[in-house]
Structures are given as C-alpha cells and as structure tokens.
Write a protein that binds this ligand. Structure first.
Ligand SMILES: [Zn+2]
Length: 74
C-alpha cells in the first residue's frame, strides 16, 4: 500500500526521491541535509529543543537517523 504513495521530489536537488532515502534521492543528498541539520543543532549549546517542527522530525528517514548515530557528536 505504501508503494502507492507518491514521494515528493528530493528537497536537496529536486530529483525524484528514492523510497530507501526518502525524502531524498540518494545518500549524498541525505548526507547534505543531515550536515545542515547537525550544523544547526550543534551550534546550540543549550538543551533547548532546536527550531524544528515535529512534522519534520517524523519525516526524517530511518537511514538518516542511522547515520546520525554512526556519525555521532564528536
Ligand atoms: Zn537529491
């Protein structure tokens, strides 16, 4: 059933997104977005929640979360 859903284009480059990298088209674009995300998060020295709507968080692909864990804060 999920296959029937239309995936919006990659927000980074605009190419058709891959299911695996949703909402991105490739690992590279997911990485680019993740990099921006981290840059924003780690710039904030407080515990306060970054300015990120919940809706966006729920749309974070599992792959990105996995990468977030792999990269980890240095
Ligand atoms: Zn892309």
């Amino acid at each position: 059933m999920l296959e029937m859903r239309r995936i919006p284009p990659c927000p980074i480059c605009g190419k058709p997104a891959e299911v695996h990298w949703r909402p991105f088209c490739s690992r590279r674009c997911a990485d680019v977005d993740l990099g921006r995300w981290f840059a924003g998060v780690y710039r904030v020295p407080t515990d306060e929640t970054p300015e990120m709507p919940e809706a966006e968080w729920t749309e974070t692909p599992d792959a990105a979360r996995r990468m977030a864990r792999d990269h980890g804060p240095r």
